[in-house]
Design a protein around this ligand. Structure first.
Ligand SMILES: Cc1ncc(COP(=O)(O)O)c(C=O)c1O
Length: 451
């Protein structure tokens, strides 16, 4: 979103809206999202992949930014939706996603979730033999045919690259170990029993590697290994629909400051580079198959690569402290917390950038430890260089658009921050701030005080 930030006078603007006015109108701490950046990024994804593949469908992952208003923007732009579990399925429905473009992913899908998905007409991404048999039975009872995809578990043993998530592990070991995808022996059983699954249409195959690597040869191998499984089971595809190949998400965001990824030093490819490698590998893989390459719809499910750089967080300085002895130090105590920002520990090793919102062009800089408000050490930024701060000044922390707002917690009984959407010249609340009553709303007090 850097390109949508600008300084006017001494104030930082996101699109056409002053961030100081957002802090004043909506209070802090608050998450802020840019509709303009989302539109720009969706256009980038679409152009990158559609230039190399005739039928392309973007299926953003709901979990990265699970808000109805954000989802409405994606829906308006023609995106489908990858969801995990009941809550996300309802979120997609409320965000207006056409049911046929909802992909119900994840492990351990219970009967109620499968029934809801079937009644809606959403597609189910099968992760185990139990799921396919349960889906078949439920669809039969409803008198319908279920549209399913099979989630594969490609064999990455041809690679010895380490995972960026956990560099102690090879990608091959982690993709093998991680619970997702139908194990190869169970996949063989399902395929052998296919003719008995009378209420199922297989519309395609799914394989999500995750953000294991930015190296393009890893992605090439991921697609190659996926299609090597597809080639052996394509005969189960339904003749009623054109097939879908979904290679999941796992693309890095432009800033790539995603905290759950330990190693981020490799260069981040442009989406166009990713698209070339992926579509080349698809063309090679489909070359010998019954279903030719141009029959397949290609889907990708970005989470962080779409949302991460679309958001920032505003916090106000509540108090300043200073040590001017031998070891001089200044602390800026702010009204947010590591528990809202998915940070923790005492290293202060935050990959976030920061800007002083109302002193954006000041040149007299000072050094601060910016610390949050719970009883933890709360080292949000150590030795941050900023204009001389005063109580009430607002600081922007960025990027916070993916997997941060939904991970916010209530430690110290703190109400979680609300969210604001900026779109051009306007800003509106899209999720209200939590209240202390909300924090205790699930508690059930004892009828009588214990003696
Ligand atoms: C099935 C599936 N698709 C897509 C994603 C999005 O991944 P990312 O945010 O790394 O793009 C996830 C994330 O866990 C996922 O589980």
């Amino acid at each position: 979103m850097q390109q949508l930030l600008s300084v006017k006078g001494n104030t930082l603007y996101l699109e056409g809206v002053s961030l100081a006015s957002i802090a004043q109108t909506f209070d802090t701490p608050v998450f802020v999202f840019s509709a303009g950046y989302l539109r720009h990024r969706i256009a980038e994804f679409t152009t990158a992949f559609s230039s190399h593949w005739p039928t392309f469908q973007l299926m953003p992952s709901f979990k990265a930014c699970p808000m109805i208003a954000i989802r409405q923007i994606l829906t308006e732009l023609g995106c489908g939706c990858d969801v995990f579990g009941h809550g996300e399925l309802e979120g997609a429905v409320r965000g207006g996603v056409p049911p046929e473009l909802i992909s119900v992913n994840g492990s351990i899908k219970d009967q109620a979730l499968l029934l809801r998905a079937l009644r809606l007409g959403a597609r189910i991404v099968i992760d185990s033999p139990r799921e396919i048999h349960l889906t078949n039975r439920l669809a039969g009872e409803l008198g319908i045919t279920a549209r399913v995809m099979l989630r594969l578990k490609p064999d990455m043993s041809a690679l010895d690259d380490r995972s960026d998530f956990a560099p102690d592990y090879a990608i091959a070991d982690l993709t093998d170990r991680i619970k997702y995808g139908i194990p190869s022996t169970e996949l063989a059983d399902i395929v052998n029993q296919w003719s008995s699954l009378k209420h199922i249409d297989c519309i395609g195959f799914h394989a999500h590697m995750g953000r294991h690597s930015k190296r393009l040869h890893v992605w090439r191998e991921w697609v190659r290994a996926t299609l090597s499984v597809v080639g052996s089971i394509e005969h189960i595809l339904s003749p009623n629909e054109s097939p879908v190949i979904n290679i999941g998400g796992g693309f890095a965001s432009q800033c790539d400051s995603d905290l759950d990824v330990a190693f981020r030093d490799d260069p981040t490819p442009e989406l166009a580079e990713w698209a070339v490698v992926i579509t080349e590998a698809l063309h090679e893989g489909f070359a010998d198959m019954k279903h030719a390459a141009d029959q397949w719809t290609l889907e990708v499910e970005p989470g962080r690569a779409l949302h991460s750089d679309a958001g920032l967080h505003l916090t106000s300085v509540c108090n300043l402290k200073q040590e001017s002895g031998a070891a001089s130090r200044q602390w800026a105590e702010v009204d947010t917390s590591e528990v809202f920002l998915d940070l923790s520990g005492v290293s202060g090793d935050s990959p976030m950038s920061y800007r002083a919102v109302s002193k954006a062009s000041d040149e007299q800089l000072q050094v601060y430890d910016v610390v949050g408000m719970t009883c933890n050490a709360e080292m949000l930024l150590l030795d941050a260089t900023m204009p001389a701060l005063e109580e009430g000044d607002v600081i922007a922390l960025l990027p916070t658009g993916a997997y941060i707002e939904p991970m916010a917690a209530n430690f110290n009984a703190l109400p979680r921050p609300g969210s604001v959407l900026v779109d051009g010249e306007t800003a509106q609340l899209i999720k209200r701030h939590e209240t202390i009553d909300d924090v205790f709303s699930r508690d059930i007090a004892l009828a009588e005080n214990p003696t």
